[in-house]
Design a protein around this ligand. Structure first.
Ligand code: T4K
Length: 384
């Protein structure tokens, strides 16, 4: 009897590394011109012309009442907490980047981790009230991967218990709900402009808020507490955005809408292909939300897919594809937080952290690259 040998499809690795993201870069000649302006002005930081222009452009882009610019998102969040006088305990999500709980701890606040919602991967609003104690002063929610939290329910809980509501919107720049910027909700929202974000100013970040009375305090906290040459009004740090960062940001803001369009196309392509692959779950767009496609997370069900998330991650590397396990390890399992947090109390977050993988998504990826990545995933699945 003739033996039928099933030929295993083969495909060559990418010649160059395919990273989870690549920074959005302005036209180099436009940036030279900006550098030349900065050299002429000899004004490098401390609120120069570029800073003023960047702020103006962002206020318009975000349709914001107030914003303040920072050298990075972490210090922006730190100052948001200080500006709102947050103390004691803050309820937050464990499924986030280290910066979120660390900023609380650095302010002597205990991060109280709440489990997440399996569909949105954001804080589970149904589980928050059980965690509120007399020491709770705020909720710090994260729009993880740029997907909006249940803002309405969070707002209701905060009003009921007189808590402040802060959004870590590090991933959500450009996201809109019913045409309104995602930064317009809660007491303060923080956007990160780090190189790995959909929009960047190399490093950078901003706070967006509606209460204009916060303007002075935020500015003082960011600039050593300096009120004027003769007066230091409070203890403050140095968290200023410099002129080169601002110039980079101004130019990138002009090309950011095009970048979102390119990322949207990639997300659609990934979704189409992953729909046919058993064991892979993807997130869908939400009605009335303008997404920014800052990340493309997939969830691997080992039983259905055949191999684990970790195996897929390692095998993709052999093809020169550098996906990332954002956000593994889960913050509540870091050695600095594990003592107070049992994985059994955060079952969904632990499950998601063990199954999530972020696939490459950025404007430089070609359709053929995305198709090849999907093909490689299918090959890896079938060779198990
Ligand atoms: N809250 C949340 C929810 C956050 O996700 C973050 C930051 C923050 C707060 C704090 O905001 P910032 O203070 O950072 O503004 C990255 C970023 O450093 C971090 O900003 C980000 N979250 C986090 C999710 O990711 P790493 O350690 O994974 O980045 P890295 O250096 O491994 O870069 C990832 C890939 O990006 C590289 O493999 C290649 C590519 N890349 C990276 C850089 C920096 C480039 O192609 N060019 C580059 O210049 O943390």
């Amino acid at each position: 009897m003739k033996k039928i040998i099933k030929k295993q499809a083969s495909i060559k690795p990418f010649p160059n590394p395919i990273y989870v993201t690549r920074p959005l870069m302005p036209n180099i000649n436009d940036f030279y011109k900006k550098i030349s302006d900065i050299f002429d002005a000899k004004w490098l930081t401390n609120s120069g012309n570029q800073h003023a222009e960047f702020k103006k452009c962002l206020l318009k882009f975000l349709n914001a009442k107030n914003i303040n610019l920072f050298c990075n998102g972490t210090l922006a969040l730190d100052i948001a907490i200080k500006a709102l006088d947050i103390k004691g305990e803050v309820i937050t999500t464990p499924f986030t980047f280290a910066a979120t709980p660390h900023v609380l701890s650095l302010n002597n606040i205990r991060p109280v981790f709440c489990d997440i919602d399996e569909k949105t991967l954001n804080i589970d609003v149904e589980k928050i009230e059980a965690l509120i104690t007399p020491k709770t002063s705020a909720i710090l929610a994260v729009h993880v991967f740029g997907n909006p939290c249940d803002i309405e329910k969070l707002d209701k809980i905060c009003k009921k218990y007189k808590l402040k509501l802060i959004f870590d919107a590090a991933h959500a720049f450009g996201v809109k709900i019913n045409e309104k910027s995602i930064g317009s909700f809660g007491d303060i929202s923080m956007f990160s402009f780090h190189a790995t974000k959909a929009f960047n100013s190399i490093e950078g970040g901003c706070l967006m808020y509606n209460d204009s009375q916060l303007n002075e305090k935020i500015q003082l906290l960011k600039n050593f507490g300096i009120k004027n040459e003769n007066e230091i009004a409070m203890i403050g740090t140095n968290a200023k955005l410099n002129e080169l960062q601002a110039a980079f940001g101004i130019l990138n803001l002009k090309i950011f809408p095009k970048e979102i369009e390119k990322r949207q196309k990639i997300a659609r392509l990934y979704r189409k292909i992953s729909e046919k692959t058993k064991g892979i779950k993807v997130m869908q767009d939400i009605k009335n939300v303008k997404h920014n496609y800052s990340y493309f997370p997939i969830l691997i069900n080992k039983e259905e897919f055949g191999i684990s998330r970790d195996d897929l991650y390692l095998k993709l590397k052999k093809y020169n594809i550098f996906s990332r396990k954002y956000f593994y390890p889960l913050c509540s399992n870091f050695s600095c937080y594990a003592k107070n947090n049992k994985p059994a109390d955060l079952p969904i977050a632990n499950k998601i952290a063990d199954s999530v993988l972020c696939l490459p998504i950025h404007g430089d990826l070609k359709t053929s690259d995305v198709e090849k990545i999907c093909k490689i995933i299918t090959i890896i699945k079938n060779e198990k």
